[in-house]
Design a protein around this ligand. Structure first.
Ligand code: KIV
Length: 279
């Protein structure tokens, strides 16, 4: 039985901190689940860490369905959350409902995530009533990076902080089961977490949220020359992998790989037969 939104709400009620991680393929999904992550997010950060774009904007619903299918197929217990990509839910409530339904029916995710606060709350309400569990996402919402003029901390002044508190309240009232707070000052994230009944899942929002979410590639240092300030590199896996691949290249060039250990043999009888045939 997979983890459900009720289990996540129980964790919040018990004061248990909630880890969440992104996953995009069979490897990241398998490793995340083996590590005991209860919520795996097929994030549209995929646009940057998998597809090599500068933002999440080029990601389409078809991409999200394809990668969510893989993550669902590769896990048994974790709740898999599918991100709704840019412009797949803000045109109209009908559009959001249809696309959310596709992620659930075609990929089998247990919930979807949408960026936006007060503005998106009526859509969240319709989707939740229709049986689509929604995780909201406020603060720095990467799909609006062009509107924000970069990936910057949000809610640093009184007006924007108040707006974020209203956004958090609005998505909770609309029925979201949790809300991601991205790049929000620690004090504001704490205030919002204390105000809400639903869990807050922080990324660059300090230690007082109900849980944390991180991008798989950032935690493992898969891009050796890059790591955002809000993440911690728990392993230098990128460097380890790069060194291993460099060694592979030099061993192939020096005829040191493969050795007898990496190869298989055939019987002398068959070899003699082949020689007879081809001579
Ligand atoms: O797309 C993503 O990975 C996200 C998380 C970083 C919250 O939205």
């Amino acid at each position: 039985m997979r983890i459900t939104i009720r289990d996540i709400q129980k964790m919040k009620a018990a004061g248990e901190l909630i880890p969440m991680l992104t996953a995009y393929d069979a490897t990241s999904a398998y490793l995340g689940e083996q590590a005991g992550v209860p919520m795996l997010l097929v994030g549209d950060s995929m646009g940057m860490v998998i597809q090599g774009h500068q933002s999440t904007i080029p990601v389409t619903l078809e991409h999200m369905i394809y990668h969510s299918q893989i993550v669902v197929r590769s896990t048994e217990k974790a709740m898999v959350i599918g991100d709704m990509p840019f412009m797949s839910y803000k045109v109209s409530t009908e559009q959001a409902m249809q696309n959310g339904a596709r992620l659930m029916q075609e990929a089998g995710v247990g919930a979807i995530k949408m960026e936006g606060g007060e503005f998106i709350a009526p859509t969240i309400e319709h989707m939740v009533r229709a049986g689509i569990p929604v995780m909201a996402h406020i603060g720095l919402t990467p799909q609006s990076v062009n509107q924000f003029g970069g990936f910057r901390v949000q809610g640093k002044d009184k007006d924007t902080a108040e707006q974020l508190i209203c956004d958090a309240q609005a998505v909770q009232d609309a029925g979201a089961f949790a809300v991601v707070l991205e790049l929000v000052p620690t004090e504001l994230a704490e205030e919002i977490t204390n105000k809400l009944k639903i869990p807050t899942i922080g990324i660059g929002a300090g230690p007082h949220c109900s849980g944390q979410v991180q991008v798989f590639h950032d935690l493992l240092g898969l891009f050796p020359s890059f790591g955002p300030r809000h993440s911690k590199k728990y392993a230098d896996a990128g460097q380890v992998m790069k060194d291993a691949l460099t060694q592979y290249v030099s061993e192939v060039k020096a005829a040191q790989f493969p050795t007898a250990e990496n190869s298989s043999k055939m019987s002398q009888e068959i070899i003699d037969e082949i020689h007879r045939l081809w001579r």
